[in-house]
Design a protein around this ligand. Structure first.
Ligand code: SAH
Length: 240
């Protein structure tokens, strides 16, 4: 072979490799897309999640990108998964339930306590204008910042702090989603909830069954409703 035909052979081989890896990558992406569709049908719609915005956000948000490498293949299974530092990403149904219950509107500003992987924040960010989310474990917070940034969730803002105190500068919030189990409803969060706003929070002792509670604020009066028994990781305090 002369130089010219050798170069041509190399070029066509490289082209073939590029095309093949493109096909492989889109095949893998398609696999995840199919798993998400199935998750929405079997885990969410079959169990009474009906809010269209919530279902669409669950269809769009790439859950597997928020999950550590060794767990990725379980991303769309019907269960919580470990995300490191003793913490977990909630089961898809719980994420959808907590999203639906606040009746998210596009103009909403939502506060989340317990960023963890950043997945619940991303689901919310698909629907509402601004999401403010607080994580107490620095490494998890920094990782979530990185993932949310890479996926262009520019409307999700992460702060590393004790979420007990909320995020005063951006209050009041149309809704608050707490994803760690608190022994009581933190008063600063009640204060930062808009009048007419809703907060969803698991309340109870750590490592025991807790109650997922819906807290509504109307004319400065609070009403609370127990929705279902749940098991969340504990709400930690900065001095724990
Ligand atoms: N919403 C998360 C679930 C995370 S689990 C997700 O979608 O992946 C709950 C998270 O709450 C943990 O990461 C834990 O570190 C965090 N957390 C616990 N106490 C906290 C506190 N006081 N302030 C902020 N985050 C807290």
């Amino acid at each position: 072979m002369n130089i010219k035909s050798k170069t041509a052979a190399y070029l066509s081989l490289s082209l073939l490799i590029i095309i093949l890896s493109g096909i492989l990558i889109s095949f893998a992406a398609d696999q995840y897309q199919q798993q998400r569709e199935q998750m929405v049908r079997t885990q969410l719609q079959n169990r009474g999640i009906t809010d269209q915005k919530t279902l669409e956000a669950m269809r769009t948000t790439e859950r597997h990108k928020f999950i550590p490498g060794n767990q990725k293949r379980h991303a769309y299974e019907d269960r919580p998964l470990p995300i490191g530092y003793g913490q977990t990403i909630s089961q898809p149904y719980i994420v959808a339930f907590m999203t639906q219950i606040i009746e998210p509107k596009s103009h909403y500003r939502v506060l989340e306590i317990g960023t963890g992987s950043g997945y619940q924040a991303a689901v919310l960010a698909e629907i509402v204008d601004e999401v403010y989310t607080i994580e107490i474990i620095e490494e998890l917070g920094n990782h979530a910042i990185e993932v949310l940034d890479k996926l262009n969730y520019n409307n999700a803002h992460v702060k590393i702090a004790d979420g007990y105190y909320g995020w005063e500068e951006h209050a009041p919030f149309d809704a608050i989603v707490v994803t760690a189990a608190a022994e009581h409803i933190p008063p600063p969060l009640v204060k930062q909830l808009k009048d007419g706003g809703k907060m969803i929070i698991p309340v109870g002792s750590p490592f025991r069954v807790q109650q997922l509670m819906l807290v509504e604020k109307k004319n400065d009066q609070l009403t609370t409703k127990n929705l279902m028994p749940v098991r969340f990781v504990p709400f930690r305090r900065a001095d724990d």
